[in-house]
Design a binder for this molecule. Sequence first.
Ligand SMILES: [Zn+2]
Ligand SMILES: [Zn+2]
Length: 182
Amino acid sequence: MSYFDSATKNAAKYLRNHLMLEKEFRLKSSHAHELVAACLEMNSKAAASVNAKDLLDPDFPEEMGWIAQTGDFVKTRIERLGENPKNRYLLKLLDSSDQIAEVVAQALKPPCDFCGRVNDSTKIQGQKYGDPYKWACGYCVNDHRNTTVAACHFCDRPENVWLTKDLKGPFRLCEYHVDEPN
Ligand SMILES: [Zn+2]
Ligand SMILES: [Zn+2]
């Protein structure tokens, strides 16, 4: 299965679970896939699998930043789908468009390179194609036994995750913050 296929499948499932837990909203599987496609700024699942396939690549972390910056595409898609009387239940999600985009963007990110956890990974700053560690989950970033990755306390989240070897000084700060007066 390609990364695109497994990631979009995971995102649709994660979105359905999220809406059930947070809002007791039962989203149909087919509609979950439509909304995931909308987060990829595509008008349908079919279009997404053709056009976004190459853009969704865990080996190129710099290129995944564009996914679902806002819920605008989600909102438009819900409005469009909701025109069909059978799909009118979706209109209840209009106010949640931004939240849906956020949840889907998180679930489309690759699993943690240390433990394999999904739906919780953050891009490791400064890592590019060919580097062994590019994604880390919150658990591994905060786990003191993991000496490979850590957070700079002065960086804003989510851009605060670095390889420990790139953090300097007694307070382990990133290159941008190491010289800042404390
Ligand atoms: Zn992890
Ligand atoms: Zn920093």
